[in-house]
Design a protein around this ligand. Structure first.
Ligand code: MG
Length: 255
């Protein structure tokens, strides 16, 4: 049995109608692994997400840099509300899908430049998500400076068409209009999220937009791990997130 005092530093819901929960996936619900395609959401986490989604009357969404298609695969058989590619795509629990049309020309120019760079630099991996690109260097951390230099130069060449966003061992290239904060604001416009207290949980730089969005709405922001952050509180690791979600579920099913 989890001791409630363990989470005295982190908020817990007191009733089912109180919270709208927004969760990042990689590094939050699952540990980071060597390659994004090797990520696996463990069974207990899927059970918790399902339990919370039902208990919160559907006010739980996964907000990730991954594509919606990829999120569906990782979270199957659950059908949760999803914001993919930092909000460029959105899918509601009833499978209604909307997306922002990306700048295909700028993306193609970036893809060509980065494919060439990846070929010349062992250990790098370029992920094409459709509306965005992600250059991963978790298997070549010594190339961090070269990756940042290359992507900054590319951003300048693109002249504002796309922006780069640095994360943990990854640099993403995407539209400037999408971020996790806007994805949260978008969900909060309608049921079942509207009127609830938003809570955002994430581990990386791109989650800072989500933290700022919920802070502005008097919600709770929870950062996983170390590093500077606008978040109001912290959990140590995905393992601790699991324990915290278990406690959240107990609170909202008890009331
Ligand atoms: Mg993450």
């Amino acid at each position: 049995m989890q001791d409630n005092t363990v989470f005295s530093h982190c908020p817990l819901p007191s009733e089912p109608s109180e919270w709208a929960l927004f969760l990042d996936l990689d590094g939050t619900l699952t540990p980071l692994v060597d390659h994004p395609s090797n990520t696996h959401v463990e069974e207990r986490m899927l059970e918790l997400l399902d339990g919370l989604w039902h208990a919160l009357d559907g006010a739980l969404a996964v907000v990730s840099g991954r594509s919606v298609k990829d999120l569906e695969r990782l979270l199957a058989p659950l059908r949760l509300p999803l914001a993919g590619q930092h909000g460029a795509e959105r899918q509601d629990a009833d499978s209604k899908y909307t997306n922002i049309e990306p700048n295909h020309e700028a993306l193609e120019q970036s893809r060509q430049a980065l494919e060439q760079f990846v070929e010349q630099t062992p250990g790098l991996f370029l992920e094409d998500k459709g509306a965005s690109l992600a250059l991963h260097y978790r298997n070549a951390p010594d190339e961090a400076d070269a990756v940042k230099q290359k992507t900054h130069a590319l951003e300048q060449e693109l002249n504002g068409a796309l922006k780069i966003h640095e994360g943990k061992f990854v640099v993403e290239i995407r539209d400037t209009s999408c971020n996790k904060g806007r994805a949260v604001q978008d969900f909060m416009q309608s049921a079942p999220f509207k009127g609830r207290c938003p809570v955002f949980v994430g581990d990386d730089l791109t989650d800072e937009d989500g933290f700022e969005a919920v802070n502005a709405l008097n919600g709770h922001s929870i950062k996983i791990g170390d590093g500077p952050s606008a978040a109001s509180c912290r959990l140590e690791s995905p393992a601790e997130v699991l324990l915290w979600l278990e406690e959240c579920l107990k609170r909202v099913t008890r009331s």
